[in-house]
Design a binder for this molecule. Structure first.
Ligand code: IVH
Length: 681
């Protein structure tokens, strides 16, 4: 291909990838690959300046804002940074800027983390947060004020501490909004368990949470930010050293990185940068490098720009944690709740010092959307503690031998047909006797909130299943002393203070004691999809025993207040399965047969919440689950497990589950703990 055609091709590709990244929040190539394309384009433009047209991606930073938000013109351009790959590259930058201005020779440098998040611009008038915007194309961004207001680390009034410095009457700062890695993982885990689409990485999650129209959703996402630049100010002084600026911003109440350091020697700045390359996993957020900035901001400004990159700073990129390797196979794991999770079996490859052989493929929709085929070269990313994941295929590397992937129609562990639920991307194995699920099921059955069998640890459970002594939860009640003694592993023998015989006797006693648990607990223990402690208690109040529930139709079950069609069907379906029928029969035979208080609904107290139905999701600031339930019930209200049209209020806490999305889609009123307290006051 001639250079001109390659140039046109590159422009088209870069525009496309910009759009995927900025507008759709769904990139299909790594930052590294994108940088490569851009560098190639820049190189061609340097050789052929006459080819450059106004539509070149180099004439514009990022992408245009999506139409759905109001547009905001930034008071000054929101600039980007040139990259350095490695110490020599960074030294090259130092030499170049020294040649432009000899003051650089004696300059000091500030090194800061380069956070892989979303650049945001915050406006303060007379100390009040009045507007927040995305970066957009660097000149015009999107007004996401309402969403940013929900980010708790953004000060709504500065100085936060009255003793702090007086800010200029108009101050515009820039920072990087992001989701901490741990929060990102928790969020994805919840989404996965609820059969919802998971997010690709913390950056996309942050972008997706901020660039959507519902502030309540943003509020539920644990976003934060770090501020590092003043874009504009009027009516007041601003420090002219980056180091002092960071201290000043901190004194005003902005979150500022605590790992920034100032050096009077460029080589020391490099060593510090490199030290963080090794320690990047210690950071709670994703950093793709460190930024080395000339401390004297006037000198930095005097150095000018190359395109949209200021000469006064450089991004020192850490080595990529994305590599390509061959996708040898796709295997399916059965997770908790029976959800099927496709996993990539990879040609082993080193990513950032760790050999990776497996990576998640999230769900079957993901494989189809990205058109990932067995035999493909795929781009794999490993960052921090995040489970390695496949970003997508390198379609150009295809030989024609790759095979399109067909999701299984049967559970890979038990062979039962898999099922799909409306509104979910996940597929499930719903067979409770499935060996892969059995371990999870038994773990849940014996757990504290359920049958509470003290001493039944995971290793014993695994061993009992492995030796075939436990094939379903009811088999636990058939265990004898010898069965347990053989299941007490070497490890337990060593770590436990008690002799094995004593361990076995204690466990047998707690199995026996569990027979007297309530019907509500037994129902909880069965682990029926959608039935938590609250619904289990409702069932126990409405039915005599497990037989009575199993004879009820989905329509009957829907008569229970708060039981929508989805939970009713899930219960009816569970009880209709032959394997589950067998378990119930065995439990009855073993004497695990608690009785409910059929029809005798708990006498409801009259109170402020009479006639109202509540659903609680997420962690509330002060009240525990039991506290909220007591509070609502003692005021005459009712608490249910799942959201339906009949729900009066959703009480929303931090890190909510899928109930939140459901409530929003049904237009249910959403309140916080404080508002709940108001209702009962
Ligand atoms: S300074 C003129 N400092 O990285 C100032 N940027 O690849 C230019 N970023 O667009 C930005 N952490 O969104 C700066 N400590 C930091 C940063 C940082 C993250 C982002 C920023 C920028 C991008 C450049």
């Amino acid at each position: 291909m001639d250079t001109k055609s390659r140039y046109e091709e590159l422009k088209q590709q870069i525009h496309f990838h910009n759009y995927r990244y900025h507008v759709l929040d769904a990139p299909i190539i790594s930052d590294l690959e994108f940088d490569r394309l851009l560098n190639e384009l820049k190189k061609i433009e340097a050789d052929h300046p006459d080819w450059i047209t106004t539509d070149s991606p180099t004439r514009r930073a990022g992408a245009r804002p999506a139409d759905r938000f109001e547009k905001v013109r930034h008071p000054a351009p929101i600039l980007s940074l040139a990259n350095a790959f490695g110490a020599d590259d960074a030294r090259g930058w130092f030499e170049r800027v020294k040649r432009i201005d000899d003051r650089v020779e004696k300059a000091k440098f500030v090194v800061e983390p380069k956070i892989d998040g979303l650049s945001v611009v915050l406006h303060y008038r007379d100390g009040i947060f009045v507007q927040g915007a995305t970066r957009g194309d660097g000149e015009i961004g999107e007004d996401i004020t309402s969403n940013l207001r929900t980010v708790r680390t953004i000060p709504l009034r500065i100085p936060v501490d009255a003793k702090g410095p007086k800010p200029p009457s108009y101050l515009v700062v820039r920072g990087e909004a992001f989701m901490p890695i741990e929060e990102f993982e928790k969020l994805n885990q919840r989404l996965e368990e609820a059969g919802q689409k998971t997010y690709l990485n913390p950056r996309n999650t942050a972008a997706g949470s901020l660039r959507q129209l519902d502030p309540a959703l943003t509020a539920s996402r644990p976003l934060t930010l770090l501020v590092y630049q003043v874009i504009h100010s009027e009516g007041g002084k601003v420090p002219t050293s980056q180091w002092e600026l960071l201290e000043w911003l901190k004194a005003l109440g902005f979150p500022v990185t605590d790992i920034a350091r100032r050096f009077d020697d460029f080589e020391k700045a490099i060593s510090y940068t490199e030290s963080w390359d090794k320690k990047r996993d210690e950071l709670s957020y994703e950093a793709d490098g460190m930024v080395i900035k000339i401390d004297d901001l006037n000198l930095a400004a005097d150095l000018g720009f190359v395109g949209k990159d200021p000469r006064g700073a450089i991004a020192f990129k850490f080595p990529a944690r994305e590599v390509t390797t061959k996708l040898n196979d796709i295997r399916v794991n059965v997770g908790r709740t029976g959800v099927l999770i496709p996993n990539a079996v990879l040609e082993p490859v080193e990513i950032g010092g760790v050999v990776v052989e497996r990576a998640t493929l999230h769900n079957f929709d993901y494989i189809a959307e990205k058109d990932i085929r067995v035999g493909d070269r795929v781009l794999v990313k490993r960052a921090g503690e995040v489970i390695p994941y496949v970003i997508g295929p390198v379609a150009d590397a295809r030989t024609g031998k790759e095979k399109k992937y067909k999701p299984p129609t049967e559970c890979p562990a038990c062979g039962q047909p898999v099922e799909h639920f409306e509104d979910e991307v996940a597929w499930y194995c719903v067979n409770s006797a499935c060996p892969a699920q059995l371990i999870r099921n038994v773990e849940h059955f014996v757990s504290r909130g359920a049958m509470d069998m003290v001493g039944m640890g995971i290793r014993i459970v695994e061993k009992l299943i492995e030796t075939g002594k436990v094939k379903d939860v009811a088999d636990i009640y058939k265990l004898n002393r010898t069965d347990i003694l053989t299941a007490v592993t070497k490890k337990e023998r060593k770590t436990e203070k008690e002799p094995p015989g004593k361990i076995a006797d204690n466990l047998l006693a707690s199995i026996e004691a569990s027979k007297s648990r309530s019907l509500a607990r037994l129902i909880t223990a069965l682990g029926i999809r959608g039935v938590g402690e609250v619904s289990a208690a409702d069932l126990a109040r409405n039915f005599m025993d497990l037989d009575a529930i199993s004879n009820a139709s989905a329509e009957d079950l829907q008569q229970i207040a708060g039981f929508g069609p989805s939970i009713a069907e899930s219960i009816a379906e569970w009880f209709s399965r032959p394997a589950n029928k067998k378990v119930i029969k065995k439990l009855k035979a073993a004497g695990v047969w608690p009785k409910g208080i059929a029809g005798t609904r708990q006498a409801t107290v009259e109170g402020k919440l009479s006639g109202l139905t509540f659903v609680v999701t997420g962690t509330l600031p002060t009240l525990s689950r039991d506290d909220v339930k007591d509070l609502i019930e003692s005021n005459g209200g009712k608490v249910t497990d799942s959201v339906s049209k009949k729900t009066s209020y959703l009480v929303l806490g931090e890190a909510p589950g899928s109930k939140f999305d459901k409530a929003r889609s049904l237009g249910i009123k959403i309140i916080g703990e404080e508002e709940l307290m108001e209702l009962v006051k």
